[in-house]
Design a protein around this ligand. Structure first.
Ligand code: ZN
Length: 401
């Protein structure tokens, strides 16, 4: 793989052994669409290691043996790429970037992201805004990334908006981040200007510890995407930008509760489709409605019926992504047996008691937060959430076994 940056424009050329099909770090199969993309709103004089790691979030799935950058990187980054991915990286000549002092939040505007922001009320935001690609047709005009950027601007936080078409480098399964970390590509290039030492993400306990997303139903202490000792955690640390998960120890029920009671509650938006509000008809809106109804202990309020595509998943057998939240919802929503979740109810014996661990914070998630930001998260979780008991910790650590 050969990587070239011209200002904020990334071009990459595959070597003979590279492939246009690959797997992201979560093992999901993906396919390359095109070999260039741009990142707007970033300086062109960032440390060379920052350019290298930003590029790696986009080219990693296609690279098999080696990667050469257009500017020399540090030996530390080269070693981390070798240890984590088995690739030879170079040329090597730069001094490593020293860590900065500031924690910024990679802010999407969704409930998890808002909850993470609420833990650190003074942290600046970096928001990634999807824009169209000059050479790839946009068949997703219903993705209203402009609406999310406007909401981010209304939060009153110090905000930097990064615009990028990098999601269009993926053709399959659809435009998206080649690696989840590509959402941070712009934040990495801003790291010197913002003096970043850490970047906070809204990944919650399901994504970090319970094998959420595409890993289904297993305890994942060594999660390769989000653990500090995993390959991505080590790579970000090598450029002085630690991965920080302020809400990594709490469930989506807690992030929903925190977001809806936060000063940013009017700007929360998890759906990319609606303009004046969430669309209420997509699968994500349905899942979030289940969580919100459970948190508010009220009946499910959705226009989606059991025969619609958005409901299809819930007629099938588990395991489901986010299964812990399904159990939580089934145990708490009045009248759930008369909704489109009736079929799913047959597979679980969930009760409020058996799901109450999802109302508390898993302490190992707090222990992972770097020293300089940990006390604030511990104080926040102790005051607003409560720390798990040993019995609750065991529920996390035996999840899926
Ligand atoms: Zn929606």
């Amino acid at each position: 793989m050969r990587v070239t940056w011209t200002g904020g424009e990334l071009n990459f050329r595959l070597d003979p052994e590279d492939e246009i099909t690959g797997r992201a770090s979560d093992e999901h199969p993906i396919r390359l669409a095109t070999n260039s993309c741009s990142i707007g709103g970033v300086p062109d004089d960032a440390h060379p290691d920052l350019f290298a790691v930003a590029a790696w979030t986009i080219v990693a799935p296609w690279t098999r043996k080696q990667v050469s950058f257009d500017r020399a990187i540090s030996a530390e980054v080269a070693q981390t790429l070798h240890d984590g991915w088995g690739v030879e990286a170079g040329p090597v000549a730069a001094e490593p970037r020293g860590p900065g002092a500031t924690l910024a939040i990679s802010y999407s505007g969704g409930a998890d992201s808002v909850a993470a922001a609420t833990v650190y009320p003074d942290a600046p935001f970096v928001h990634f805004q999807r824009v169209t690609h000059p050479r790839v047709p946009n068949r997703w005009p219903h993705y209203r990334s402009d609406v999310l950027a406007k909401l981010a601007a209304k939060t009153g936080r110090e905000l930097t908006v990064v615009t990028s078409d990098l999601e269009y480098t993926l053709s399959d399964p659809r435009p998206g981040y080649p690696e989840h970390h590509a959402v941070a590509a712009g934040a990495l290039l801003l790291a010197d200007r913002l003096n970043l030492g850490g970047l906070g993400f809204g990944y919650e306990i399901g994504s970090r510890w319970l094998g959420g997303g595409r890993y289904l139903g297993r305890y994942t202490p060594d999660n390769p995407m989000w653990s500090p000792h995993g390959r991505w955690g080590r790579l970000f640390a090598a450029v002085g930008v630690h991965l920080v998960l302020p809400v990594g120890g709490v469930s989506e029920a807690v992030t929903m509760r925190l977001a809806l009671s936060s000063p940013l509650k009017d700007q929360v938006r998890w759906c990319l489709r609606g303009t004046g509000g969430p669309c209420r008809t997509c699968g994500k809106c349905l899942y979030k409605e289940l969580i919100q109804a459970a948190v508010e202990r009220r009946p499910l309020n959705t226009p989606i019926t059991a025969d619609q595509p958005a409901a299809r998943k819930w007629r099938k057998k588990p395991p489901y992504g986010g299964q812990e939240m399904i159990e939580y919802g089934l145990a708490r929503i009045p009248g759930i047996e008369d909704t489109l979740f009736a079929k799913a109810l047959e597979y679980f014996d969930a009760t409020e008691e058996s799901t109450s661990w999802l109302d508390h914070c898993y302490p190992k998630a707090l222990a992972e937060i770097p020293d300089q930001w940990r006390d604030q998260a511990v104080a926040f979780m102790t005051e607003n959430v409560g720390i798990m008991t040993e019995a609750e910790v065991r529920r996390v650590e035996t999840w899926g076994s």
